[in-house]
Structure formats: C-alpha cells, structure tokens
Design a protein around this ligand. Structure first.
Ligand code: FES
Length: 372
C-alpha cells in the first residue's frame, strides 16, 4: 500500500518532470532562478567571440564575430540583438547582419556594421571596449525584411547605416561577371550625408562593374538633397512590376513611402522595416493624460502625443528595466492596472482594465495606473 509520504514524493517528482518538459531546455527551466541573481540573464543569448573590430569610416565600424555553435543559419536582411556588459549593467541593441549567410556557412563568422551615435550609450563605447577575443552575447536572427527571389525588378533604397541589410542581400546574390545566378534586376539607390560616408562603396562598384543586372546610384545628400520623387523617376530600369525595399532612418522611410505612393506605386510593392516602433499617428490625442506610477507613488502628466511610458518614467527619475527600447526584447513589461494605452508597434489600443504592457512602445491615451 502506498504511504502519504510516497504519494507526495511521487507528485513532486511528476511536477518536477512536468515542469522540465514544459521548457525547451534545461537552461530555460533554470532561467527564473538564475535571474534572481542576474536579472537580465537570458537563456536565449549566445555567448560569442569577437574576432576583429574593423574601422570602416569616421563614424562606422564593423564587428566580426565568431558565432556560438548554437547560432543557426539566418537570412540576408535579418538582424540580431547584441548584449554587452558595461559598468556592471547589461545593455542590448539591435543590429542588422551586414555579411551574407553564405559567408557564415563557410566561416562561422557574422559581421555587424555599426554607426557610432554621438550621444549613444553603447555605440561610442563598443569600438573602444571590444577587441579580438572579447566575449559578447548575441541572439538568434530575427526580422522579416528579406528579399523575395520572385521579385524580378527590385529597387533597394538605403539611407546611412540602413545599407547593412542590403549588403548582406547583395553579397548573398553572388554577383559575378556574366553570372546567370542573378536573374533579378537590382537597382541600389544609396543616400549618404556626404561623399565620404558611403560604406562599402568599392564593393558595390565592383558588383556593378561585374554584373549588368545590378545598377548603383550613390546620392550625396549634401549635394543632391534627401530622397525625392525625381531621384526615383529618373531610374530607367524601374517598371510597374518593380518592388521597392527601403531601409534607413525613420523619417526617410516615412517620406520614401509617401513619395512612392504619390508615384502610384502599389502598396504591396513597398517593403520596409522600421528599426523601432513606427511613428505615432498624429491623430492620437493624449495631451494631459495622467499617469500614476503606483509603487513609486508618483503622478505625472503626459504632455506629448509621442512620449512612451518608458520615456515618461525615465523623465521622472524612475528606472524601469529596459533593453531594446523597440518592442522586441520584452524586458520592459509592466502591469497596467487601469487606463487605455496605444501600442505603437501593433497599432492597437489596450482594454481599460489590468493587463501586461511593454513600456517602450506604449503611449497613454487617457489616465493610466501602472504597477511601477
Ligand atoms: S525595452 Fe525591449 S521591449 Fe521594451
């Protein structure tokens, strides 16, 4: 006959096994325990080694990384999360992979080409702090900004460091002299703020010299201005079947979409990825929404339509946990007790009651109470 003690032991064992099998790995199972000591530790980050820090231009550098064995294949155009430890804190940022999947297959290496943001917390520090042999954490590859091989006529529009996913795509296409591999007709319209800011210029010029299906247009914005309709209308290779892929700063994407739509380009032919939340609709009226940070007992007023709850909290000396600040890592999740918020990523409004929200992409619409 089974004793009460053995029944309890058996239940505990089944709970333990059940808990384990609900997780994808033993690492994921122990994640909450490890996070008690290291709050931002995550089982999905892959420790990898820097092989080279390469200076590309005055304000750009490339990190060449030997990816951890658990890092699997990626598609040209995707990005990863890079997490580094600075002054005892873990900081994360998202960067497109600028090298090709084929290069990774042959060497196990990936390259991230990074613009130094003069007031940034991480990018000015990275090239000084990292060297060959340094360890960094990378995530698996993410993102859907990839080139559809069925699009026969393609116009890539890049602004500044938005060139990086296109470099990966172009390298992957293996542009060789008279190659039949590339059936797609590709035009790259590349904007940089002055002639010395074109990244990978020699490489693109060599692609253009070697392959008649690839056309390069370098636009020096200092001389020729920012993206406008005439730059696009003058491209001979474009036709009604052309698909446009845009990557660059948010104002450029917004303007580029408007210009293409004014040129009657079918919406389904315009592909872009905001590297961060899409700008908020100006219709959103939330001036003077009151936000109560319940645990800190601070009541503040939102005075701007575009201010996220994360910014609002930080502007009032609160320090909520955050990582990517673009709605991807979920580190800024917080319990909303009441009130309506607008999610700038999904473009949806919340319910009025209690629910979890991401502070970095949520904007208060009316009075909101947070458990923060
Ligand atoms: S900070 Fe990453 S989702 Fe908000």
């Amino acid at each position: 006959m089974q004793t009460i003690a053995s029944t309890k032991a058996s239940k505990a064992w089944h709970w333990f096994i059940g808990s384990l099998t609900n997780h994808q790995s033993i690492r994921a199972y122990f994640e909450p325990v490890i996070q008690m000591a290291l709050p931002q530790w995550r089982s999905d980050l892959l420790r990898s080694r820097v092989v080279e820090v390469r200076h590309e231009s005055q304000d750009m550098f490339s990190l060449v990384i030997k990816a951890n064995k658990r890092f699997q294949a990626f598609q040209a155009g995707q990005y990863i999360e890079l997490t580094v430890e600075k002054d005892g804190a873990w900081l994360s940022r998202y960067f497109s992979i600028s090298s090709s999947p084929e290069y990774f297959k042959k060497t196990g290496l990936i390259e991230l080409s990074i613009r130094i943001q003069s007031h940034g917390k991480i990018t000015p520090w990275l090239p000084k702090a990292l060297k060959a042999g340094s360890l960094v954490n990378i995530s698996k590859a993410m993102g859907e900004f990839t080139l559809n091989p069925e699009h026969q006529s393609v116009c890539m529009i890049a602004g500044g460091s938005g060139i990086t996913p296109f470099r990966s795509m172009l390298q992957q296409m293996n542009l060789k002299p008279n190659s039949n591999d590339t059936q797609q007709d590709i035009t790259l319209l590349y904007y940089a703020r002055s002639s010395e800011h074109f990244l990978f210029k020699k490489e693109f010029e060599s692609f253009a010299n070697q392959n008649s299906n690839f056309h390069l247009q370098l636009i020096d914005s200092e001389q020729l201005g920012n993206i406008n309709g005439s730059h696009i209308s003058l491209i001979e290779q474009l036709n009604s079947d052309t698909h446009f892929y845009i990557c660059g700063p948010t104002p450029m994407i917004t303007l580029g979409r408007k210009i293409l739509s004014d040129l009657n380009v079918n919406n389904a032919h315009i592909h872009y990825e905001f590297f961060g939340p899409e700008p908020l609709s100006t219709d959103l009226q939330n001036d003077n929404a009151q936000v109560l940070f319940g645990r800190s007992n601070k009541q503040v007023v939102s005075t701007s339509n575009n201010q996220t709850l994360l910014e609002l909290a930080e502007n009032h000396d609160l320090k909520p946990v955050s990582g990517c600040r673009i709605g991807v890592c979920h580190q800024c999740i917080c319990q909303k007790k009441s009130g309506v918020v607008y999610n700038s990523k999904t473009k949806t409004y919340s319910d009025t009651g209690a629910q979890e929200i991401q502070l970095c992409i949520s904007v208060p619409v009316n009075d909101v109470v947070l458990d923060l």
